[in-house]
Design a protein. Structure first.
Lengths: 416, 416
């Protein structure tokens, strides 16, 4: 049966070109006041002014739900490490008590702690935990997210992580797009020989992941002490040859060349981008690569510098925002906090942040034609907020204003 | 009827001396695992290990509620400006679009916007809005908050704000302690003559507020361009003479002398403290003045510098944490975000932040003997969180982990 959501004070449709938004187009929210959205069979049948939508042939017989507030496309979180075994509470305690990164590492913390825990955890428990976390994302208005492997760093454990994503998809309505991030770090077994590890991934891991269709994307962490730009390009090209869409973690800690390395392999997005230079930005604009910015991690790490959103937008690079949810550097699942951090620390306007977390997030996952806008024919993924004005989602911060989430036309979360 | 909350994985009691916590005592959480809390007539009858509490004479007949997770004393938010007429969305939009503070002010923004809106708003609407906001605090685990006037800055409008707090108290179970902050800024009517305005408050406003018993505390903003340290001491002494407990906004923007000015008048807390020097810290320790730190506002303003919590704690000053919830510089009602910001930006440990937001928050409001700890005989104000370990409340950030709030023994919020 069709559902008619009525009484919406402000609906942001993000109707527009069938392409990622860049420049001034990032501020075009497609705002409709006193709006309604009509949904049938998981698809948006009509969206716009309440009066216009009420005239649709399906409206009369539809189930009416009066919602009020602000309605957006469900958030599309294009960068998460949401599958992991346990939070890094010990590291957190040590860090807040003044321990250095080296001291934490010496105590068995850091990524090695996550790797050990992931290798030990059974798949069933991993999937159940991920599904529980997915519930927290849904409550905050996120309807789709990318999920990376990368805390196993062995054939079996990377496969286990991706199989856990697949198994969790049966337990939660949140749509998850898996990414193989076996090239997250060099595991102890290959210590000192990053290239040998990449060769191993290409020879052993990628084919298995491809055969089981366990991942859509392949990603690599291009940074000093991890993988070089040359290695990133070579690896991502090999992955692309096996059918994976490349992504890259680039210029997070320094300007090292990862952005252009990713672009050379056809990366759909270059993520973090904290330290991009003009040449990187020009290359992204040229290639149409999306910059996925992750400012919540900057907050958690206590960094002074945030990603240069204004330069990227001024130069015409489409910008997406994502949580970077992960146990080591960003334990935040709420996209609303990311919106706020992007406004207050990256100089983005509320309109730009909302575009970046919806339509551009969808494009960063190759789903722009299907998700990220409230337009007839697109998937009915919606988030409703207790607010009179959409800017409140960015202005009030550190909490959750979402009161209802709709995935493929079904209400999957509703605050009583 | 008595209620028995059972199955609590971790209960932080903060049992201890009947005094604000300082130094190493701020890390003593009184953690009990596998705990229970027994409540009768709004008072805690027993709290501790599940087995011990089950032997209490009231336990057998009590209504049992299995809750799991982490239980804390309800947060005591000792510094908010929660009564105001409207969010400053226009200012926010201008600021994120690059406008300077001067440009925002020239467009009618800043505190003048809040003053105009407050003076126009009827008392009933103001009270209803405050009660709605109080609901958001309750959902995040806050059971008591201080609420300041200070957006009216005229006799009638300041009275209206405080009367709205009193009226709102009939509409929400959240306990609110009102503070007269008529000395927030010099209003247009007294432009250029701060002393004349203070004399007016002392002569006209304080006596009326005292006569109607509308406020517990009197507060002043001591900062360059607002009120001098000499004015602050004189004003707060006059207020104290009329029965108000002094508080002070001090060293927020610069080291200006407000902390010692407040102490000279017997301030119970000195709030913000971003720019305190060693002499200020020594004076606070000497006087037993509580430093109420407000790091969420630093985040919102994009500041690099945060309050020096480590120095304060090292020197034995009792530290409280509060939201500073207000429409201009901190639209955040969630104490959990404050905990996280204090850990990641002020170097506080999770234990210290939780102490600062509960027991020390209560002492900052003069309620330490009654609130802020889960100890037999104290008021049954509790917050329950969906977490296995209390550190998760600080570690995960930007969202709400609270699932149930109990005020005076009654469940006032429960997530389904």
């Amino acid at each position: 049966m069709a559902i008619l959501f009525t009484g919406i004070k402000q609906l942001l449709t993000f109707a527009g070109d069938n392409a990622p938004r860049a420049g001034a187009a990032m501020r075009e929210t497609g705002l409709v006041k006193n709006a309604a959205v009509l949904v049938e069979n998981g698809i948006i049948a009509a969206a716009g002014s309440g009066a216009a939508v009420a005239r649709h042939r399906l409206a009369k017989k539809a189930k009416k739900i009066a919602v009020g507030g602000v309605c957006l496309p469900g958030f599309v979180d294009s960068h998460t490490h949401a599958v992991f075994a346990e939070p890094r509470l010990k590291d957190f305690s040590m860090r807040t008590a003044g321990a250095s990164y080296q001291e934490i590492k010496a105590a068995g913390g850091g990524i090695l702690a996550s790797i050990g825990a992931v290798r030990r955890q059974p798949l069933g428990a991993m999937a159940a935990q991920l599904a529980a976390r997915a519930g927290r994302f849904l409550e905050c208005g996120t309807t789709t997210m990318e999920v990376k492997s990368g805390y196993g760093l062995s054939l079996e454990s990377e496969l286990k992580m991706l199989r856990a994503v697949r198994a969790a998809a049966e337990l939660t309505p949140l749509e998850m797009l898996p990414t193989l991030l076996a090239a997250h770090s060099v595991p102890p077994e290959f210590a000192g020989d990053a290239q040998k590890y990449l060769d191993h991934i290409v020879a052993e891991v990628l084919p298995r992941v491809a055969a089981e269709k366990l991942a859509v994307f392949a990603d690599i962490f291009c940074e000093k002490g991890y993988f070089t730009p040359e290695q990133a390009t070579g690896y991502l090209k090999a992955a692309a040859g096996l059918g994976f869409r490349p992504k890259v973690h680039s210029e997070q800690l320094s300007n090292y060349g990862g952005t252009r390395a990713g672009i050379a392999a056809g990366a759909i997005s270059a993520d973090h981008a904290d330290h991009v230079y003009a040449e990187d930005i020009a290359a992204m604009r040229e290639a149409g690569t999306i910059a996925a910015l992750l400012p919540a991690s900057n907050f958690y790490l206590g960094l002074v510098k945030y990603p240069p959103a204004r330069e990227l937008i001024a130069e015409g690079v489409p910008v997406a925002l994502a949580t970077d949810f992960n146990p080591g550097t960003c334990p935040c699942w709420n996209m609303q906090f990311v919106l706020s951090a992007a406004c207050t620390h990256c100089g983005m306007t509320p309109e730009e942040t909302l575009c970046a977390a919806t339509v551009n997030g969808a494009w960063a996952l190759g789903l722009g034609g299907r998700l990220g806008a409230v337009v007839p024919g697109m998937q009915a993924d919606l988030a409703f907020f207790n607010a009179d004005d959409y800017r409140e989602l960015c202005y009030y911060f550190g909490a959750n204003q979402c009161v209802m989430t709709v995935k493929k036309g079904k209400i999957v979360y509703r605050k009583p």
